[in-house]
Design a protein around this ligand. Structure first.
Ligand code: AMP
Ligand code: MG
Length: 305
């Protein structure tokens, strides 16, 4: 796509959602709000539309996409939903849970959404705008985070424009994303076991197996603000912009009261602000590695890598 194209930002009212649906039906790209981060959506049943996501993001083709569905019934058209997966969906959908499941041979979706894997990642998002879109479309939406590959994820329309302005047709403005970090991803195996592939807003009590080959997109360097990042900092050096948490005050704070949900919702806005601050380096206060703090620390480690 050419950088000369104009990206329209439209309020996610009925008319805005209708226009987004029209663009998606014709194979275009729309950045859409979800409860986690803004997603860069395209119709998952079109190889051409899905190819545009990889091109706009500059995303490596071995990194598979999450396919967003309206609910369990639609999921069953694309994946083998084992009993354990069905129970997880019933307990947590719509919500920030992505399940990696065996892909059905007759799924009829672009092969690129799975990056050649025999599995497919599915999620039913809870955000009312995304739900309204999915309910009026008769295809699911492939949607990775709406940022250039490797850069900071977006939780506002301004964050989307910071790296994709002119590369996509439209941003559907649904305000700031409430959860603020990407979905929890689990793989549900044929034997019914569940492995966490990426920590996120939802805590299932399963711990991951570390650097799993089954999460090929989980690149070590990701969410990068383009400056050195130092973690677990109690205070800032002279040339550092400090992101605080709890008792560590900082230039800005993830949460002055030490609330992890608040910290998650502010994480990417803080990294965007740090990226544009005059200081050449970023320092981040320690964040407890519990609950959604595990997801925050996972993203911070990748931002620092
Ligand atoms: P993003 O949408 O940018 O948060 O990235 C989606 C992530 O989902 C990727 O980084 C992958 O790690 C993961 N993912 C998507 N599909 C699969 C799959 N079939 N198997 C394993 N992981 C997947
Ligand atoms: Mg991403």
């Amino acid at each position: 796509m050419s950088g000369k194209n104009v990206t329209e930002v439209r309020l996610a009212d009925l008319a805005g959602i209708a226009e987004a649906a029209r663009i998606l039906e014709s194979g275009g790209l729309v950045a859409v709000p979800t409860e986690t981060v803004y997603g860069l959506a395209a119709r998952a049943d079109s190889a051409d539309a899905v190819a545009k996501i990889y091109a706009a993001k500059g995303r490596p083709d071995f990194n598979p996409l999450i396919v967003h569905v309206a609910g369990l019934a639609q999921a069953e058209r694309y994946a083998q939903v084992l009993p354990e997966a069905r129970a997880l969906a019933q307990a947590n959908w719509p919500g920030p849970l992505t399940m990696v499941l065996p892909r059905r041979a007759d799924a009829g979706l672009a092969t690129a959404v799975s990056a050649g894997l025999p599995t497919i990642a599915l999620r039913a998002p809870a955000h009312p705008v995304m739900q309204a879109l999915l309910e009026r479309l008769d295809f699911p939406l492939a949607a990775p985070s709406a940022n250039r590959s490797g850069f900071i994820s977006p939780t506002t329309p301004a964050h989307v424009l910071a790296s994709l302005d002119g590369r996509i047709a439209m941003v559907l403005d649904g305000g700031a994303c409430p959860a603020g970090v990407e979905s929890t991803i689990v793989a549900v195996r044929a034997d019914g076991s569940v492995e966490e592939l990426r920590p996120g807003p939802l805590q299932l009590g399963t711990r991951g197996g570390g650097e799993s080959i089954e999460a090929p997109g989980q690149l070590a360097s990701h969410y990068a603000p383009g400056k050195p990042v130092r973690l677990n900092a109690a205070a800032a050096a002279a040339d550092e912009f400090l992101i605080g948490f709890g008792a560590v005050e900082g230039d800005i704070t993830l949460s002055a009261s030490g609330n992890l949900d608040e910290a998650a919702s502010r994480l990417y806005a803080a990294l965007h602000e740090a990226a544009t601050a005059p200081q050449p380096r970023i320092a981040v206060a320690p964040v407890p590695d519990e609950g959604v703090g595990r997801a925050i620390n996972d993203r911070l480690r990748r931002a620092a890598a």
